[in-house]
Design a protein around this ligand. Structure first.
Ligand SMILES: Cc1cc2nc3c(=O)[nH]c(=O)nc-3n(C[C@H](O)[C@H](O)[C@H](O)COP(=O)(O)OP(=O)(O)OC[C@H]3O[C@@H](n4cnc5c(N)ncnc54)[C@H](O)[C@@H]3O)c2cc1C
Length: 420
């Protein structure tokens, strides 16, 4: 059995590692020329995603992930604040669970570690055809073709593989967008960091419908595992930075936000934060333009079948199937879970107790059991952003959020929220 994965993102790389570990022939085609060519934002991976990675990576490899992540102290609790950085409520985090707070670039580099020839960079998928014997011929932008028994679209939001299967795009814009960036925490900028970020990230809401996610990311000071103890796979330690992510309704953005460069996006963020805490605005203005990017948030419809195609030799996982805004902090973790579930089903094919279509069928059914809920949870904070668009929004939220937090466990939802 030869499995071909399109997309070396979080889901595709996890699947590749899992299948290689199980002795299954796998190749990943990624259009990026380099593993490092990816958004520089920071990811939070929940306990389940950590368990999965621990299972599919060699111990020394997983250890390097822990050593590259910020320590647990960096996420003792999640805070919700107003635009003046006044605490509205906070949700303590379960200190006994292992989670990862790691830059997307180090995570991607470490997940790609050891794949060697199985990872083909600069290889853009364009289409496939099914052969009479049920195998697939897959085509790439450079004119090459390759054969596979199973094609997995792990090609993220706007997936070509999933769109070809579904006959339509698998997600739609949700009406809100974000700007993610990092501000290097130099000695002169550190005193500007709001006190409430000392023990964990915060999501602040302001008038006009702007929300700002803020988190200090400093894996070099107190990672979970001593980097010096990693002999097998070298950890990747990022410089200390304030990770921030603006979220706002699309109408707050100019017509063509993608045309703005990093400096333009920082200026736009500063404008949208007029009236916010002065030190926070100064930190935003000091962001690294090269690490600043615009994202339009997409989500899959959760009231219809996520995989409306008959199970066969082509499937898709992660954002390709169930895109969700980053406001739940669950999308990468859900892609990693998909990879684990699909690998488990394919191991049965390897062992002769299942077939590829049966494995795909079981995978798609199991994914339908958890992915729609993750999309719905991720959409909730955007409702708050929209409500805050009214002038009285901030005041109303100050009064309502604490009560709402205890009543609906919104805090727990937001505890996973990372705008960056
Ligand atoms: C600002 C921001 C913050 C986030 N924070 C979090 C967080 O804290 N926690 C969390 O769980 N999630 C977070 N996310 C979401 C997370 O990054 C994604 O949901 C996750 O990476 C999805 O994984 P994936 O494998 O499905 O797709 P991706 O990681 O997006 O990978 C898709 C890959 O496919 C490649 N590709 C696309 N088309 C082709 C093609 N035709 N041929 C070849 N290759 C192709 C792309 O180049 C890409 O490398 C955040 C997202 C953003 C934007």
């Amino acid at each position: 059995m030869r499995v071909m994965i399109i997309g070396a993102g979080m889901g595709g790389l996890t699947l590749a590692q899992a299948l290689r570990g199980a002795g299954i022939d796998v190749v990943v085609h990624e259009r990026d020329q380099a593993v490092e060519s990816t958004g520089g934002y920071r990811l939070h991976l929940d306990e389940r995603a950590c368990r999965i990675l621990r299972r599919h990576l060699a111990p020394g490899h997983y250890q390097a992930l822990l050593a590259s992540s910020a320590g647990l102290k960096a996420f003792a609790r999640f805070a919700v604040a107003d635009h003046r950085m006044r605490l509205l409520f906070q949700e303590p985090r379960d200190g006994a669970s292992e989670t990862l707070m790691i830059g997307r670039i180090p995570l991607r580099r470490l997940l790609a570690h050891g794949l060697g020839e199985a990872l083909r960079l600069g290889s853009e998928f364009t289409g496939y055809r099914t052969n009479p014997d049920g195998t697939l011929t897959v085509s790439f932008a450079d004119g090459c073709t390759e054969e596979a028994d199973l094609l997995v679209g792990a090609d993220g939001v706007g997936s070509r593989v999933a769109a070809a299967l579904a006959g339509r795009p698998t997600s739609v814009p949700v009406g809100a967008s974000g700007i993610a960036a990092r501000t290097p925490l130099t000695a002169d900028l550190r005193p500007l960091v709001p006190e409430l970020l000392a023990v964990g990230p915060a999501l602040a809401f302001g008038p006009g419908g702007a929300g700002l996610f803020l988190s200090v990311h400093d894996p070099g000071s107190g990672s979970m595992v001593d980097p010096a103890a990693c002999a097998e796979v070298a950890p990747i330690i990022e410089e200390p930075a304030l990770i921030w992510g603006l979220l706002a309704p699309d109408r707050a953005f100019p017509d063509r936000p993608r045309d703005l460069d990093g400096a333009g996006l920082i200026r736009l963020t500063d404008r949208l934060l007029r009236g916010w805490s002065t030190p926070v605005r100064a930190l935003v203005r000091a962001a690294d333009p090269a690490a600043t990017a615009y994202f339009r948030f997409h989500a899959a419809a959760t009231d219809t079948d996520l995989t409306p195609w008959p199970a066969g030799a082509v499937t898709a996982l992660g954002d390709a199937v169930h895109a969700m805004p980053p406001t739940g902090g669950m999308a990468a973790a859900t892609a990693i879970r998909d990879a684990d579930v699909l690998a488990e089903e394919l191991i049965q094919v390897r062992d002769g107790t299942s077939t590829i279509p049966l494995a795909v069928h079981r995978f798609q059914i199991r994914m339908a059991g958890y992915a729609p809920a993750a999309v719905r949870v991720s959409m909730r904070p955007l409702g708050w952003v929209n409500r805050m668009a009214s002038p009285l929004g901030t005041q109303a939220a100050r009064l309502a959020l604490p009560a709402l937090a205890s009543a609906t466990r919104l805090g727990r939802t937001l505890a996973g929220a990372r705008g960056a």
